[in-house]
Structure formats: C-alpha cells, structure tokens
Design a protein around this ligand. Structure first.
Ligand code: NAD
Length: 256
C-alpha cells in the first residue's frame, strides 16, 4: 500500500482513461498526485474519486494544456511552491485524432495537431520536468507511447508517427540524464488496445470490436489499470536500475 509513499507525482491527461487509473493507483500507493488535464470536469472528477476512494489519499487538480509552454512553467513552478518537490512525471496526455486517417486522407493541420499534443507535449514535459526532478534529488519520468510505435498503422498514420517519436525521444532523455548524472530515469510504456474513450473510438462497431479482440493473443482487451500498474512500477524506486526501457503491456500483440 505504500510503493510510492512520500513522492509527489504529476500525471497529465489524468481526467480520463489510463491517466485517471494511474493517478488513482499512485495516490492509493501513497503518492501526492497532481492531476492535470485540459478537460477540467474530467480532472476534477478524478480528484473527487481519489478523495472518496482511499483514506488520506492526496490529489489536486491543475488545468493544463500540455502543448502550451506557459502552462508547463505555471504547473511545475506551482508544484515546487506548494508541494515543495517533484519526484515523478507521467507524460500521458494524448489524442488519437479522426479514425480512419491514412497518410492520403490526413490533412496537414491534423498531422500537426497530433504531433503538437503527442510529441511536443512530451518534449515540454521533459524540458520542464527534468530540472524540477533534479532539484528534488532525482526522479522518474514515464512517457505514454503505444504499441503503434512498433508497427505500421495505416489507419492512424499521424498517431503512429507521434508514438514512434515518443519511443525514441524517451531513450534520448534517459541517456542524456544518465550520462550527466542527473539521477532522472525516463522510460516509455506501450499500451495495446485498452478500453478507454480513446480505445473505443478506433472500434466503431460491435463487429469491428470483436474482430480486434480476436487479434489479441490473451483474448481480451486491456483495462486502464493494467497500464497503471506498469507506470506505478516505473515511478517507484523498485525500478531504480531501469532507464531508456520500453514496457509493452498489450496482451501479447507485439509478440506475434
Ligand atoms: N486506449 C488505448 O488503447 C491506448 C493505446 C495506446 C496508447 N494509449 C495512450 O495512452 C494515453 C492515454 O490515453 P487514454 O486511452 O486514456 O485516452 P483518453 O482519451 O481516455 O484520455 C486522454 C486524456 O488526455 C487529455 N488531453 C488531450 N489533449 C490534451 C492536452 N493538450 N493537454 C492536456 N490533456 C490533454 C484528454 O482531455 C483526456 O482526458 C494517450 O497518450 C494514448 O495515446 C492509449
């Protein structure tokens, strides 16, 4: 019950799905969690659920658009001022865009929006998160990539490219921080198909859903909590020797 006790962790995109499950699990395991999202109602609901669900679990909400540099400065400075430290950062906020979107149908505007949220948001998170983690004596960053980082994704062309970029950039941050002695680890998680609003959006009919389910070796979809447990491990000190790694949580899809 206390795998991350005493740690202060910022989780972006925590107003829904995987981010909400992660914030909730981290809080249950003793962390003080800053729940951030552009969706204020969703973020506040996560904080409400955390407070209602577990004795003494601590969380607060920050309105935060991860594509905006000024938001990152405000949120990170605010954490250092209020909580006094930052030990973990989960760069989870993301979008999947219209579906299907092939490279032939995707507009330049959609492509740029995808990269702004899914890649620039992670870049800014690392840029502003690393100094705060260092100032706190070190810490851990987890970037939410995807199974899409390993495969061609013809129906999600910009999404796949964005998650490939997150996978690679994570290793760059990991190695740079390690070589400079920053005591900041950085790893990526790669969810398969997880039942969240985003996951459901790529399976528009019951038939499509059943077809997709049959492609998963384990035979069922993932739950947000399946990803949250992986992130918990990477944020905790149990993973102190792990950096630049890819944690695939996908029911076996990437192994076939
Ligand atoms: N669900 C899946 O099957 C799946 C698979 C692989 C990877 N992922 C990744 O997991 C992460 C979480 O996805 P999810 O399935 O929980 O989706 P979701 O849509 O349920 O939640 C995403 C959250 O991110 C927030 N968000 C979007 N743009 C933002 C911005 N600019 N600033 C701040 N917050 C923003 C949304 O408001 C939402 O609350 C994403 O990075 C996604 O790409 C999901």
């Amino acid at each position: 019950m206390s795998r991350v006790a005493g740690k202060v962790v910022l989780v972006t995109g925590a107003g829904s799905g995987i981010g909400r499950a992660t914030a909730t699990l981290l809080a249950r395991e003793g962390a003080t969690v800053v729940v951030s999202d552009v969706n204020e109602a969703g973020g506040r609901e996560t904080v409400r659920q955390i407070a209602a669900g577990s004795d003494g679990a601590a969380a607060r909400f920050e309105a935060h658009d991860t594509t905006r540099e000024a938001d990152w400065k405000r949120v990170v400075d605010g954490i250092l001022e209020r909580e006094g430290r930052l030990d973990g950062l989960v760069n989870n906020a993301g979008i999947s865009g219209p579906f299907p979107a092939t490279f032939e149908t995707e507009t330049l505007e959609q492509w740029r929006r995808m990269l702004a949220v899914n890649v620039e948001g992670v870049f800014l998170g690392c840029k502003y998160g690393v100094p705060a983690l260092r100032q706190s004596g070190g810490g851990s960053i987890v970037n939410t990539s995807s199974l899409a980082a390993f495969l061609g994704t013809p129906d999600l062309s910009a999404y796949g490219a964005s998650k490939g970029a997150v996978r690679q950039f994570t290793k760059t941050v990991a190695i740079d921080c390690a070589r400079k002695g920053y005591k900041v680890r950085c790893n990526s998680v790669h969810p398969g198909i997880i039942l969240t609003p985003m996951g459901e959006a790529v399976m528009p009919s019951d038939k499509a859903k059943e077809r997709t389910r049959r492609r998963i070796p384990i035979g069922e979809f993932g739950a947000p909590e399946d990803i949250a447990y992986g992130i918990l491990y990477l944020i905790s000190d149990e993973s102190r020797f792990v950096t630049g790694a890819e944690l695939v949580i996908d029911g076996g899809m990437n192994a076939i």
